[in-house]
Structure formats: C-alpha cells, structure tokens
Design a binder for this molecule. Structure first.
Ligand code: IMP
Length: 212
C-alpha cells in the first residue's frame, strides 16, 4: 500500500563559501566567527556588508532570528546566519527573555549593559521573600538561504545570577551569569571555556551536526 505520506524533511546542507553573520553585536559576531573556524566557511558580518539592522518585531527568539537571517540573505544574495538570544530569569517569569537587549536601552538610544544588569538585580531584590536566582540563556540560530529556505537550532545554558558583576571578558550579561557546575561568571571564563558550555555553543553543535 502506498500512502504517499511526506517523509521527514531533510535538513539542507551548507556548502563551503561566504556566509553572512547577520548581527551588529560585536560580541556575538566574535563568538560566531570562532565557532565557524573549523568548517571552511568565510564569515562576513552584516556590518562589513553595510546591511541595515532590521527592527526586531517578533515576540519569540525563533521569529526574531528568522527575521534577521532572512533580511540579510535577501539583501546580500548569500546564506545568512542570525542569532537571537536572551537571558530568562525564572523568578521574573522568564524576563527579560526576548526583550533582553531592550532592557539595556538608554534615553539616547545607546545600550548600557551595566544598566540592564542593575534592572534585573533591582527586579529580583524587589521580590520578598528573596526568590530563586536561577536563570538560563537561550540562543536560537536561524540559517536562511536567498531562496527563502530556513533552518533553526535552539541552545540553552542553565545557571544562577550573582551580584555584584564579576569579570572582564565577554559581553552583555556575562558578568552576572554563573553557569551550572562552575563558580565563575561567564565573564571570568576563558573564551574557549565559554565556547565549551554556552547556549550559543549548544545551538552551534546542533547546527554543525545538521548542516555540515
Ligand atoms: P538580541 O539577540 O540581539 O535580541 O540580543 C540579545 C541580548 O542578550 C544581547 O544583546 C546580550 O546582551 C544578551 N546575550 C545573549 N547572549 C549572551 C551571552 O552569551 N552573554 C551575555 N549576554 C548575552
């Protein structure tokens, strides 16, 4: 009997060559470049191509990652990889979550990560009795091709929040996030140590297994 059911959709492979890193966040671009190094890919950032930064109108990590990857693939005619990520604090109902970058916004439109970390800490200390400080980072990678095809990969890293911030390596909320199994913050880890355990590396492992 032939039921003519569709088989599982094959994941599209990524050929060696140029790949746009669809981000204007230098911390992310630096980490993604390092993670791509072994795979014969020539990363070129959205900033190097002078691509505009699309407005993140999505309400999920998946929607925003797709929107950024599609925009860069459409405008460049090259495959494009976007990362949408954020910090989810359990006692804050998952906030700042998809709005993690917005919590850093200042009156003049620039971003201040000390301000963002203070806002999270203030929200936590306003809760009585003292709540859990458990949190996790999420990273969704979207890989888009100029013909509209998209693949997604989701990574996660669990940990706790510490105060005051510690460490000088990394970016964003790294100085307050202590990954599970360690006592140091992300900002106190050597970049190679962060790459072994981070939410971005977790998503990357899945991407590498599927598309290379
Ligand atoms: P978006 O993905 O551009 O919306 O921004 C997410 C924000 O989450 C970044 O700007 C960072 O502040 C924060 N974030 C994502 N990944 C990390 C990380 O690995 N370390 C610290 N902060 C991060």
């Amino acid at each position: 009997m032939n039921l003519d059911l569709p088989g599982p959709q094959a994941v599209r492979k990524l050929a060696p060559g140029r790949l746009v890193i669809a981000s204007h966040n230098e911390g992310k671009v630096r980490e993604i470049r390092t993670l791509l190094t072994p795979y014969g890919i020539e990363p070129v950032s959205a900033k190097e191509l002078d691509l505009p930064e699309p407005v993140e109108t999505g309400t999920t990590f998946f929607a925003n990652a797709e929107l950024k990857a599609r925009s860069a693939a459409d405008l460049s005619g090259l495959p494009a990889l976007a990362d949408d990520s954020g910090l989810c604090v359990e006692a804050l109902g998952g906030d700042p979550g998809v709005f993690t970058a917005n919590w850093a916004e200042t009156a003049d439109g620039s971003r201040d990560w000390n301000l963002a970390m203070c806002k999270v800490e203030d929200a936590l200390t306003a809760i009585t009795p003292a709540p859990s400080r458990d949190a996790h980072f999420v990273c969704v990678l979207a890989l888009a091709w100029p013909d509209g095809h998209v693949e997604w990969f989701e990574g996660r890293a669990d940990g706790t929040l510490t105060w005051p911030p510690r460490g000088a390596v990394g970016f964003g909320y790294d100085p307050v996030f202590v990954p599970e199994g360690d006592t140091r913050t992300y900002a106190e880890l050597d970049p190679a140590e962060k790459h072994a355990i981070s939410h971005r590396a977790d998503a990357f492992r899945q991407l590498v297994a599927a598309v290379f």
